[in-house]
Design a protein around this ligand. Structure first.
Ligand SMILES: Nc1ncnc2c1ncn2[C@@H]1O[C@H](COP(=O)(O)OP(=O)(O)OP(=O)(O)O)[C@@H](O)[C@H]1O
Length: 571
């Protein structure tokens, strides 16, 4: 059963040490493996494009110099074969152009698929698990996650591809040099090792060292910016806007300074690498001229080798940052691992293990009438010393309405969160009968108004006809209120727009619930702020509308109970 699995999962988290660093990295590579055909095609196209680009430069260098040499004598000009090298140059430029387009399409598509899966898994996991257990600052968490996932993009796109292309190009370059000038390998091998190994390593150092503080500064900046916009009205009322804006500017300039310093250090390394590549060209020129003077190398071949070096150098410079990009992506995924609540880490482990993936499969609803059975469940908030719910058992079954009764602060809301799976009991089991997770719906104590139209606030991304919306509003007596709205269902609500009274908000919450196709309905303080007569009328209508369903209510006002309703005491 779903809830049994929840309880088992909880034990897992406790037994295992905090998540191993590479779990999210593993997940990233699992996702990349799922997209392997596209990723490999992208890698091949990137390689073909780079090699075609280098070859194009080298062959056209040879062609131009050979043509020029042939043109010096009339006989040579007549006997020179212009056609074959011209066709090769044209062919290479076609390959390079098509390869580049194909590479962009495939590599970006593969990255997009991997990253969007990763993002939806992480955010889905955050949304699914209740943040009460793992308190998170939502601004901070989301800006950190977004920033880090952005870095993760670079793992394949800006690290694996340019790194692979660079290594392959360098090997081919060495092979070609060995054919024409085998003696100079002793000169160029150390130079290549410096440019391909040492420089990327130094670049990585300069990138990673300030990365953590830069990341912290940037996410702090986004988090304060987002909280400034959210709290704009309060800040203006209390005349604190200027103060908060000044703090935001300070945050931004601290991050800018760190970024500028990092960028300067990296530019220096790139400049040194450029210099080393220039030395490489000089070595080729020097040794090539020596070989030319003793007749071991033709003039056009020397020109070809120079341009070959120039082309390879471009690829090497492009790959210098590959190692650093890998480090950035790896560090970002590590950071998410370290900061993510244990529930998300558990989800990631579940995604990775195929067996567990089967376990998450949502059970198909049976024809049985809906019920919830819980056996000896206990729950304690991580921040509290004592349990809020201890060894609670019971069975709540349709078609009844159950009113949870207990004094304030004795765990009524906590029980609803346990039943909906937002919290996990650390002991005991909860079995949902006759309904799947999507058919169990909660009206929370605090109704959040989303910034959008009334229609958007009711539908919450599900299509509903205007008639259905009107019917649900009528059942909760919001039809008169609707008629007063300037744009009816398309009137904007929310912070900074039209606000609702406390009682109206509760009724909007009930209207939302009425639009859900749920078999089990849980309502947390649905009538708070609503006058008694209206509350009785609305509850009577809901009784008729939800006949046959399991309804669980948390309310302090037990005078609203009907004769057929049952009380469920948790004390
Ligand atoms: N995230 C949390 N962290 C720590 N303690 C919490 C958390 N949420 C609730 N509590 C505590 O758990 C206890 C039970 O809270 P709960 O909201 O379930 O009570 P309740 O019976 O619904 O209260 P009320 O009738 O006032 O709404 C309270 O003492 C509350 O302070």
């Amino acid at each position: 059963m779903r809830s049994k699995m929840r309880a088992d999962t909880q034990t897992d988290i406790k037994d295992e040490p905090a998540i191993r660093v590479p779990t999210l990295v593993k997940r990233y590579f699992c996702l990349l493996w799922e997209q392997r055909s596209m990723a490999v095609i992208g890698l091949l196209l990137a390689t073909i494009t780079a090699i075609a680009g280098i070859a194009l430069l080298a062959v056209s260098g040879w062609f131009i110099s050979a043509t020029a040499l042939a043109g010096l004598s009339l006989a040579g000009a007549h006997s020179f074969n212009y056609f074959a090298p011209g066709a090769i140059v044209r062919g290479l430029s076609i390959i390079r152009t098509t390869g580049r387009y194909g590479e962009r399409i495939t590599t970006h598509e593969a990255t997009l698929r991997v990253i969007s899966r990763l993002r939806s898994e992480l955010f889905g996991s955050l949304a699914k698990h209740h943040w009460q257990e793992n308190p998170l600052n939502s601004h901070d968490a989301s800006s950190r996650l977004l920033e880090d996932i952005k870095y993760a993009e670079s793992l394949y796109l800006s690290a694996l591809i340019p790194g692979f292309v660079m290594l392959l190009s360098v090997l081919l370059y060495l092979f070609t040099i060995m054919i024409f000038l085998p003696d100079i390998i002793v000169w160029i091998l150390p130079m290549l090792l410096l440019t391909v190994v040492l420089m990327p390593y130094l670049y990585l150092q300069q990138t990673l060292k300030p990365q953590d503080s830069l990341h912290q500064q940037r996410s702090q900046q986004w988090s304060s910016a987002s909280s400034l916009f959210t709290n704009l009205r309060t800040l203006i009322l209390y005349q604190r806007l200027q103060h908060v804006s000044a703090t935001l500017l300070d945050n931004a300039s601290a991050a800018d300074i760190t970024e500028r310093q990092t960028s300067r250090a990296r530019q220096k390394i790139m400049a040194i690498n450029n210099l080393m590549c220039a030395v490489l060209i000089l070595i080729i020129l020097w040794q090539g001229l020596l070989a030319l003077s003793v007749g071991e190398l033709g003039g056009s071949h020397l020109f070809m080798l120079l341009l070959l070096t120039l082309g390879t150098q471009e690829v090497i410079l492009g790959g210098t940052s590959a190692l650093a990009n890998f480090g950035l992506g790896y560090a970002a995924l590590n950071r998410i691992n370290a900061h993510a609540p244990s529930t998300i880490q558990q989800d990631l482990r579940t995604f990775i293990s195929a067996a567990a993936a089967a376990e998450t499969h949502i059970a198909t609803p049976s024809a049985a009438s809906p019920a919830i059975q819980f056996n000896a469940i206990s729950y304690r908030y991580p921040q509290r010393a004592s349990a809020v719910i201890s060894q609670l058992s019971g069975k709540l079954a349709a078609p009844h309405w159950y009113w949870i009764t207990a004094p304030s602060g004795h765990g009524k809301t906590t029980l609803l969160h346990l039943l909906t799976g937002q919290l996990n009991p650390y002991q005991g089991t909860i079995n949902i009968i006759g309904a799947n997770a999507g058919q169990l719906c909660l009206m929370p104590q605090q109704i959040d108004l989303l910034r959008g139209t009334l229609r958007y606030n009711l539908c919450l991304h599900q299509p509903h006809s205007d008639e259905a919306l009107l019917k649900s509003l009528t059942l909760v007596e919001l039809d008169h209120w609707l008629r007063q709205l300037p744009d009816g269902l398309d009137t904007w609500l929310g912070n900074g727009e039209r606000m609702l009274s406390g009682g109206e908000l509760k009724r909007l919450g009930m209207a939302r619930l009425l639009l859900q196709d749920s078999r089990i309905l849980l309502l947390d303080e649905p009538t708070a702020g609503i006058d008694q007569q209206r509350a009785v009328r609305i509850l009577n209508r809901l009784h008729q509308h939800w006949a046959g369903k399991l309804v669980i209510i948390n309310s302090h006002d037990s005078s609203l109970m009907c004769d057929s309703d049952q009380a469920f005491a948790i004390d």
